[in-house]
Design a protein around this ligand. Structure first.
Ligand code: CDP
Length: 206
C-alpha cells in the first residue's frame, strides 16, 4: 500500500510536530525534506559546490544535529532557490513518498511539485510572530544564543526567499487543507491534521 501525506508551510509553523504525530498515528514513515536542503547548506558553508553537494548527498548526512542552527537554515534557503539543487534532490523524495506502508513528507513544495498527486495535503501556517516565539524557545532550549528579534528577522527573510523564488516557491496547493496553528495548542493542531488524513483514507466514511 502506498499513501502519501504532503505537509508544507513556512519556517516553524509546526510542520515537524504535525508530521511526526501523523506518521506515528498512522504508522507511516516520515521525511523532513528541510534536512536535505539543510545538509546541502551545511556543506556549502564548509566550502562545497551546492549542486555537487546535492548530487552526492547521503542519507547519513541528515542525521547531523548541527543542521538545526539558524546559520544552516539561512544557507539552506539560499541554495534552495537553485533549480539544479532542487532537481538533484527530487528522486530521493519521490521514492520515499512511494514507499510501501505510507509516507509523510514535510517541506515547502511537497504538495505542489514533489507529490502533486499526494493522497492528502496540508498547508500549515502561523503568524510570523508566533513562529518566531516558538523557534526562539526551541533554540534557547538547545542552548543556542540568539534573540527573539533576530529569530523573527530570520523567519521573515526565509519566508520572503522561499515564497518569492521562481522554482518551486512555497505556496499552498489548491487542494491543500489549511491549518493555522497561531492559536492552537500542539494537541489541537495534531487533532485537526489526523482528522484530515483520516478523511482522505476513508473517502466514503460518514
Ligand atoms: O524547520 P524549518 O521550517 O525552519 O525549515 P526547514 O523545513 O528545515 O527548511 C530549511 C530551508 O530549506 C527552508 O527555508 C527552504 O528554503 C528549504 N526547503 C525547501 O526549499 N524545500 C523543501 N521541501 C524543504 C525545505
Amino acid at each position: 500500500m502506498t499513501f502519501t501525506v504532503a505537509i508544507d508551510g513556512p519556517a516553524a509553523a509546526g510542520k515537524g510536530t504535525l508530521s511526526k504525530a501523523v506518521a506515528r498515528h498512522f504508522g507511516f514513515a516520515h521525511l523532513d525534506t528541510g534536512l536535505l536542503y539543510r545538509a546541502v547548506g551545511a556543506k556549502v558553508i564548509a566550502g562545497a559546490d551546492p549542486v555537487s553537494a546535492a548530487m552526492a548527498l547521503d542519507p547519513v548526512d541528515l542525521e547531523d544535529d548541527s543542521l538545526r542552527t539558524p546559520q544552516v537554515a539561512q544557507a539552506a534557503s539560499k541554495i534552495a532557490v537553485d533549480p539544479k539543487v532542487r532537481a538533484a534532490l527530487e528522486d530521493f523524495q519521490r521514492s520515499f513518498a512511494r514507499r510501501s506502508g505510507g509516507a509523510v513528507l514535510d517541506g515547502r513544495d511537497i504538495g505542489t511539485v514533489i507529490c502533486p498527486d499526494a493522497d492528502v495535503k496540508l498547508f500549515v501556517t502561523a503568524s510570523p510572530e508566533r513562529r518566531a516565539e516558538r523557534r526562539f524557545k526551541e533554540l534557547q532550549e538547545r542552548g543556542l544564543e540568539t534573540s527573539l528579534d533576530q529569530v523573527l528577522a530570520d523567519v521573515k527573510a526565509r519566508d520572503a526567499r522561499d515564497g518569492g523564488r521562481v522554482t518551486a516557491p512555497m505556496v499552498a496547493a489548491d487542494d491543500a487543507v489549511l491549518i493555522d496553528t497561531s492559536d492552537l495548542t500542539a494537541a489541537e493542531a495534531i487533532a485537526v491534521a489526523v482528522k484530515a488524513v483520516s478523511a482522505a483514507r476513508k473517502p466514503d466514511a460518514p
